[in-house]
Design a binder for this molecule. Structure first.
Ligand code: NAD
Length: 253
């Protein structure tokens, strides 16, 4: 018996990376999953590898109209929608002095507005069916600052705050809302930032208690817990998956 038997989930940004790993794990645990992303070809491949329990849906999370039709289609196709994972995100480095307004808003519109629109869109469907679970992917960059990440930082802190507001507001409808805060996870996003496919991400993690970068599969356990009824008494909370990155402080060796 799977931990998500009978549940239907929509995972944004799940063509690749952590979102794809979450989609795979959810299907393995018995859920039916909508793989939603702007990367159509990759997303279709990811969904088709998951078999009949998943399908791909183009969804730009910064577009409220695309949200409306994606959620309507998910509920019509699978009959319900129990879980939303707001995972889609973009990373952008710039010194404060060089940060353009255009790039700032681009990051906000995907990471922050996208998360808000997702919660707003699924709230009515979940309320009508008696509840659901929303998992918002923040970051350790939503817990502490990081140089050259002014736009990304601001959105990941915003996700952490919106999660608590939504948990308080939607709790009466049986909807739980929690945030997940990954550390450095080995995905296309971090490899691109570190210089490409050959980048040694473990090197940046050699002072962590765990001595290595995280892998996309490392975050799927907490996602499964939060999506399932095992977390029935968890809402408005922060779940850190960072290999110990935030356990110490700047003086720690
Ligand atoms: P990734 O780049 O591999 O995956 C991100 C996915 O989001 C991609 O498939 C991309 O196409 C999709 N996406 C981008 N813009 C979109 C949009 N407008 N609409 C829909 N989909 C869109 O990166 P990842 O590491 O798997 O990141 C997943 C999430 O985890 C992101 O929110 C990221 O900020 C967060 N995160 C990542 C790390 C890390 O170290 N990799 C750490 C903390 C948090």
């Amino acid at each position: 018996m799977g931990r998500l038997d009978g549940k239907v989930a929509l995972v944004t940004g799940s063509a690749r990376g952590q979102g794809a790993a979450v989609a795979q794990r959810f299907v393995d645990e018995g859920a039916r999953v909508v793989v939603a992303d702007v990367l159509d070809d990759v997303g279709k491949e990811t969904a088709s590898a998951l078999g009949d329990s998943a399908y791909f849906r183009h969804l730009d999370v910064s577009d409220e109209h695309e949200w409306a039709s994606a959620v309507e289609e998910a509920a019509a196709t699978f009959g319900r929608l129990d879980v939303l994972v707001n995972n889609a995100g973009v990373l952008h480095f710039a010194a404060i002095a060089d940060q353009t307004v255009e790039d700032f808003w681009r990051v906000v519109s995907v990471n922050q507005l996208g998360c808000f629109l997702g919660m707003r869109t699924v709230a009515s469907v979940m309320t009508a069916q008696g509840g659901g679970s929303i998992v918002n992917v923040s970051s350790i960059e939503g817990l502490a600052g990081a140089p050259f990440l002014i736009a990304y930082n601001s959105t990941k802190f915003a996700i952490r705050g919106m999660t608590k507001t939504a948990a308080l507001e939607l709790g009466a409808s049986g909807i739980r809302v929690n945030s997940v805060h990954p550390g450095l996870i080995d995905t296309g996003m971090t490899r691109a930032a570190a210089g490409g496919d050959g980048a040694d991400l473990d090197r940046a993690c050699r002072r962590l208690p765990t001595k290595r970068a995280g892998r996309p599969d490392d975050v799927t356990g907490i996602m499964t817990f939060l999506a399932s009824d095992e977390s029935v008494y968890c809402t408005g909370s922060e779940f850190v998956v960072d290999g110990g990155a935030t356990a110490g402080h700047a003086f720690t060796h």
